[in-house]
Design a protein around this ligand. Structure first.
Ligand code: BG6
Length: 484
């Protein structure tokens, strides 16, 4: 058997999410979603490096008009009105695939409505038609960091089993509508985020809860069941559909070869891979029993849930990879951040402007590790560098730091493919600049395409090509061979 590079039909592209990109939060009959309540918090006032969580009181104040904060996720970078221009830019780079999410509240404004909102459905028809025109495959996330706000207020989000049915109604409506326009689907973006920010991942408010982790894992169980039943539905509606799960993967290294550190790293990796274990193997892994018991977590399952999880496992596994993290059994003040995770500093690695560790070899390791665990096709649906970009007087943007980051990761991805893993594709995060998930900043940019807008929503929204745009075009043209 010869060692080959990327397969011929490798899906090169980029990724976005409605809550950070689409804007038009109150147009086209869309209802409010949880992300519309997240306000901009200046860096110095941010607790724990991010500003994602919202309290019930804050939501009430916003709804009563008692808040004068800025809500960047409401305006995103205006994909809603500029989708044709944006998709043309992606096509110019040679995109084979474009990852986007459908905003649930655009289709079911309250989440528990019985009929979908036609205007919302018509919007995504136009988007998918535009993709089709350019020969780009859409990769659609059904739920990316937003839940119709009504489901949070009325049911406390995914803690309530009823939300499973509401989600299935939504999935059915879009599966039927886009049956001939979309093949690749993801159920929940970074499903494991529910344990770190339950509001973001599952529309769950935890204030006053005796055991917030109980709520998180119960919500996760409902999402697992919803994901499995969605997979079942997908196969019934169109047997060609491919459904994947999506994990925020953070590979944990032991800080030293002290067995205590090694064990701790193993444990952190298990807590992370728990979510893909359920999706791919179709059952709760035995290592969680002890964790649940020791943390007083009791998952309420309905009769038949275990069979559902077993019967409808995913077709492929997708994940985001931005960094690796190191853990230590000793107390340490030298910590580093991540998109919600944290760890101790790894002296072999550099960090981004936002303190995220940069570890391309970790991607090769992660791909090998996950492939040997699951033997299912893998898809990297997020990777990239959040950085400050400078616009030169002539309008050019020389983002060599981004090119360097992406090049090193793609090199390692190619090595992993040569190692024998089955990789379907790669979608670089935030291919067109959009609002940051964790900080709601515009200043933190990932794109190949620059969008003229600041943290407060000022700017022309004009699009321009960064140096990385031309570089990525070459990468795609050469199917990942020309990374120079
Ligand atoms: C992932 C999310 O965690 O990381 C995206 O799925 C997010 O929504 C991305 O934007 C990068 O994180 P951030 O906070 O830099 O936007």
């Amino acid at each position: 058997m010869s060692v080959k590079g990327f397969k011929k039909d490798f899906l090169w592209g980029g990724a976005t999410a409605a809550n950070q990109y689409e804007g038009a939060y109150n147009e086209g009959g869309k209802g409010l979603s949880t992300a519309d309540m997240v306000k901009f918090v200046p860096k110095e006032e941010r607790v724990g490096g991010h500003s994602l969580d919202v309290t019930k009181e804050e939501i009430q104040a916003i709804l009563d008009g008692r808040s004068n904060a800025t809500f960047p996720k409401r305006f995103g970078t205006d994909f809603y009105h500029r989708y044709a221009e944006d998709i043309a830019l992606l096509a110019e780079m040679g995109f084979k695939v474009f990852r986007l999410s459908i905003n649930w509240a655009r289709i079911f404004p309250n989440g528990d409505d019985t009929e979908p909102n036609e205007e919302g459905l018509a919007f995504y028809d136009k988007v998918f038609d535009e993709c089709q025109k350019h020969g780009i495959e859409p990769l659609v996330t059904l739920s990316h960091y937003e839940t119709p706000l009504n489901l949070t207020l009325k049911y406390n989000g995914w803690t309530d089993r009823k939300v499973v049915d509401f989600f299935l109604n939504y999935a059915e409506a879009v599966f039927k509508r886009y049956k001939d326009k979309v093949t690749y689907w993801l159920t929940f973006n970074e499903i494991n985020i529910v344990t770190m920010s339950p509001y973001t991942g599952a529309g769950v408010l935890t204030e006053g809860a005796e055991n917030p982790m109980q709520l998180s894992y119960q919500a996760a169980h409902h999402q697992f069941v919803a994901s499995a039943l969605t997979t079942k539905l997908a196969r019934e509606i169109n047997p060609e559909f491919q459904v994947g799960c999506m994990l925020a993967r953070s590979t944990f290294y032991p800080e030293t070869n002290n067995p205590e550190d090694v064990l701790l790293a193993q444990n952190e990796n298990q807590m992370n891979l728990f979510f893909t274990d359920v999706h791919a193997r179709g059952e709760y892994p035995s290592y969680m029993e002890r964790y649940f018991e020791e943390n007083n977590i009791h998952i309420q399952k309905e009769r038949g849930d275990d069979e559902i999880l077993k019967a409808y496992t995913v077709d492929f596994i997708s994940f985001s990879y931005y960094m690796s993290l190191s853990v230590s059994s000793k107390e340490s003040d030298d910590s580093v951040g991540g998109n919600l995770f944290g760890g101790v500093k790894n002296n072999y690695l550099e960090t981004s402007d936002w303190g995220w560790q940069i570890d391309p070899i970790g991607l090769r390791y992660t791909l090998n590790d996950m492939y040997s665990r699951y033997q299912k096709p893998l898809f990297i649906v997020e990777n990239g560098l959040g950085a400050y970009d400078e616009v030169e007087e002539d309008g050019s943007i020389h983002d060599d730091y981004r090119i360097d980051y992406l090049r090193k990761h793609i090199e390692q991805m190619r090595e992993a493919v040569k190692d024998g893993i089955d990789l379907m594709g790669y979608t670089a995060w935030g291919c067109i600049d959009l609002v940051s998930a964790s900080t709601s900043e515009m200043a933190k940019r990932y794109g190949f395409v620059y969008v003229d807008q600041d943290d407060h929503g000022n700017g022309t929204l004009d699009r321009s090509r960064k140096d990385s745009f031309f570089w990525y075009k070459k990468v795609i043209e050469s199917n990942g061979e020309d990374l120079a």
